[in-house]
Write a protein that binds this ligand. Sequence first.
Ligand SMILES: O=P(O)(O)OC[C@H]1O[C@H](O[C@H]2O[C@H](CO)[C@@H](O)[C@H](O)[C@H]2O)[C@H](O)[C@@H](O)[C@@H]1O
Ligand SMILES: O=c1ccn([C@@H]2O[C@H](COP(=O)(O)OP(=O)(O)O)[C@@H](O)[C@H]2O)c(=O)[nH]1
Length: 472
Amino acid sequence: MARLVVVSNRVADPRKASAGGLAVALAEFLNSTGGIWFGWSGKVVEPAEGGRAGEAQMHSQQAGPVKLVTLDLSREDHDAYYLGYSNGVLWPVCHYRLDLADFEASDIQGYRRVNQLFARQLAPLLQPDDIVWVHDYHLIPLGSELRALGCQQRIGFFLHVPLPPPPMFAAIPGHDWLMKGLCSYDLVGLQSQADHAHFCQYIQGEFHAQSLEGAQWRVFNRTLCAGAYPIGIDVEEFNALAEAPEARDMYERMKREYSRRKLLVGVDRLDYSKGLPHRLKAFRALLQNYPDTHRSATLIQIASPSREDVGAYTDILHELESLCGSINGNYGELDWMPVRYIHRTVARARLPGLYRASQVALVTPLRDGMNLVAKEFVVAQDPEDPGVLVLSRFAGAAEQLKEALLVNPYDSEGTAEAIHLALQMPLEERRERHRALLAVCKRWDVHWWCDTFLEDLGTTHAQESGTPWLRL
Ligand SMILES: O=P(O)(O)OC[C@H]1O[C@H](O[C@H]2O[C@H](CO)[C@@H](O)[C@H](O)[C@H]2O)[C@H](O)[C@@H](O)[C@@H]1O
Ligand SMILES: O=c1ccn([C@@H]2O[C@H](COP(=O)(O)OP(=O)(O)O)[C@@H](O)[C@H]2O)c(=O)[nH]1
């Protein structure tokens, strides 16, 4: 069996149970096949005297059958590659926010430098039959850098964030270089059918790629495959987490504390793509338009700190704090605060209890690659008395979770109406919707995602498998 080499910006120790959905799945797969997980160590170091950007200390650690190989980054590389180009340019553009992109010319050099560094350090570790799986927007050019070093292994790439329509992506200086880089992979995986369509439109329109049978394309004298592989969660792992004392304790405490109220929950990184101010405005519209919700509805919003060194993230923090303050100030009573805002990361082990105690989840990003919180909420519910998912139509998850109440997060009145509907929804309708949603989460779980992607990457004749999404 071929050895799997996973490459991602962040690397997690697969022996730690709380590593998160993606990490747990990749770890499980790596545990069964053995392999390497390669990426950034998470450490930023000042270069040694006389040292320069682009040089790095490599760490290697055996974690069961998985070898974790990580690199430190110099301050200069980290700032240009991670903060600057990945999160200051690619992240906003991929989330349709050209207005927030900071096209600082020097950052692209640092982005390229770190990708070259990754390729230089990884190439000597590769064996001829290895299968290499590269993840996310930080590492788009890694495939072509590996190819330039003579690596002929099968290399796949999965983009976790949305891919915007070609005219928007083309606003990035160097967009054609990035897309050409994607064409050096054997398989390019996108989260949704919409993202997949944008990829196909781009390579057809800009590179005159020729569509072959199945999901194959002929471009730059090579053949590649592309398809939608919506990521799922590890349902069994999440159920086990829900049974553990931490989640049970959380559930009991929430139920006790909010026995007289209906609980709404939001769990997000504090990121402008998650639409938190819009969500708060919708909640304010709910209180304004539906007085029956006064004293009865409480929103717990967890906003986990994220990328605080990027300017746009501090602006959103202030906006959110001010909105929560004004809603509580205007509507709160001595014995009821409408919003509980928590600006901290809550341990994943406690989340199933919080989800299960909530009547409604608000997952209303302005744009999201997938959104795993939506799936976690569904899986955590009691099927006999489930809560209702209010989901943005702009989350990748909306293509699959059609039985959720789909909303336009920009429309605060419409979203408020949907939240009110969710709070009033009869038990039978809740059960029916939940049954359908749970079936989707179970069928297209993270194992399906891993197995299907890797199976298709390992398949020499891609037309045999066709577009994975169409196979569902
Ligand atoms: O590594 P960070 O900069 O701290 O950010 C955390 C991760 O955020 C993004 O997650 C995306 O992947 C999820 C799983 O596929 C998906 O559900 C979600 O919609 C995406 O936003 C990012 O893409 C990851 O690389 C980051 O590690
Ligand atoms: O305080 C928090 C906030 C989020 N999460 C987890 O972080 C992941 C967020 O993934 P999602 O796809 O929703 O969005 P991303 O942050 O990757 O854009 C989910 O597994 C959440 O359970 C967590 O453990 N604690």
